[in-house]
Design a protein around this ligand. Structure first.
Ligand code: NAD
Length: 306
């Protein structure tokens, strides 16, 4: 697995190890701290290396049954600041991985981690996989192009590949994005909270444990013909409702100040059709309130441990 020390990757590693798999993690450990893998470190092999160079070697990938590819620039804002960095890491690396898989004698199955950002501002809701893909950020473009390469390689070279379009993942070990930002700011000032937008923006928040299970289900049961599958909870939540749930879990009552505007590259509303995922079969199981409680418990323990 590439990026296995990161937020999502470390949960996926735990799931795979619990299921009896033997797991190798390729990660430069720059944004994924080794402590993310503390619970399984004695049962996985960690190769500290850069995916932009290590994945070129077909010998490296040939020995695996499945390659989960998660290492990437995982966020929109760095791609807006530096599109070329995002292009090389997200698209160039995926293409090099596909070339290595093509050259490998018995190409392992690939699960590529794409994103809801491929849709841009959706034309209709809930978003289905065959809806138009019109990304509005360099990150969305690089993920979409990588997905298309994955599909073409499945078709032309008979590789077994799937892409997962992850929506708003949250949970323990995530140290960025909206849920973590809100937790951090509510912790710093429980009396007053400034939030992007006007509170009506909707997202499908999906718990990271569900995402890990979904990726295993895709590896086990998806056709592998280059298809892209939405991975989401199937339930949309407004940012105002999310703030309400989090404040309730923390037992705080902040005065809310909405900025009224959104960041460049951020879409307004996302609700998701998860029929393809459900048909595997797979369904997300963790309700938002439970997932937020688990995230809060991790956040508090993480702060205590420094
Ligand atoms: N977090 C989300 O909500 C979300 C949503 C949609 C898609 N995704 C995708 O899921 C994947 C994982 O995201 P995440 O949130 O866990 O991010 P993360 O930053 O926590 O994990 C990425 C991991 O990749 C590693 N990495 C980055 N560049 C590398 C390189 N050049 N060589 C080796 N390792 C490298 C990092 O050290 C880190 O451990 C990404 O592909 C991201 O685009 C995430």
């Amino acid at each position: 697995m590439t990026g296995g020390a990161g937020f999502i990757g470390s949960h996926l590693v735990e799931r795979l190890v619990a299921g009896g798999a033997s797991v190798t993690v390729l990660d430069d450990l720059k944004s994924g701290p080794p402590r993310n893998l503390a619970a399984v470190l004695d049962r996985v092999e960690v190769v500290r290396g850069d995916v932009t160079t290590t994945l070129v070697d077909p010998g490296f990938v040939a020995g695996f049954d499945v390659v989960f590819h998660l290492a990437a620039n995982p966020y929109i804002p760095p791609s807006v600041d530096d599109p070329l960095f995002d292009f090389e890491l997200n698209l160039g690396t995926t293409l090099r991985l596909l070339e290595a898989l093509r050259a490998a004698p018995r190409g392992p199955r690939l699960v590529f981690t794409s994103s809801a950002a491929v849709y841009g501002n959706p034309r209709r809701l809930p978003i289905r996989e065959d809806d138009p893909t019109v990304p509005i950020s360099p990150y969305g473009v690089s993920k979409l192009a990588a997905e298309r390469y994955v599909a073409v390689y499945a078709d032309l070279y008979d590789l077994t590949c799937s892409s997962v379009r992850l929506f708003s993942v949250y949970g323990p070990r995530q140290r960025k994005q909206v849920v973590y930002d809100l937790l951090d700011r509510l912790h710093a000032d429980p009396e007053r909270l400034e939030v992007y937008g006007d509170g009506t923006q909707e997202r499908d928040f999906v718990f990271v444990g569900d995402v890990a299970d979904a990726m295993v289900a895709v590896a086990d049961r998806a056709p592998g013909r280059g298809e892209a599958i939405n991975v989401a909870s199937g339930t949309s939540t407004s940012i105002a409702a999310l703030v309400g749930e989090l404040s309730g879990a923390m037992g705080v009552h902040p005065e809310l100040v909405w900025s009224g505007s959104v960041r460049p590259g951020d879409a307004q509303n996302w609700s998701v059709d998860t029929a393809a995922l459900n048909a595997l079969p797979f369904a997300a199981a963790v309700p938002l309130a439970d997932g937020l409680r688990a995230t809060l418990a991790w956040y508090e323990a993480d702060r205590r441990e420094g």
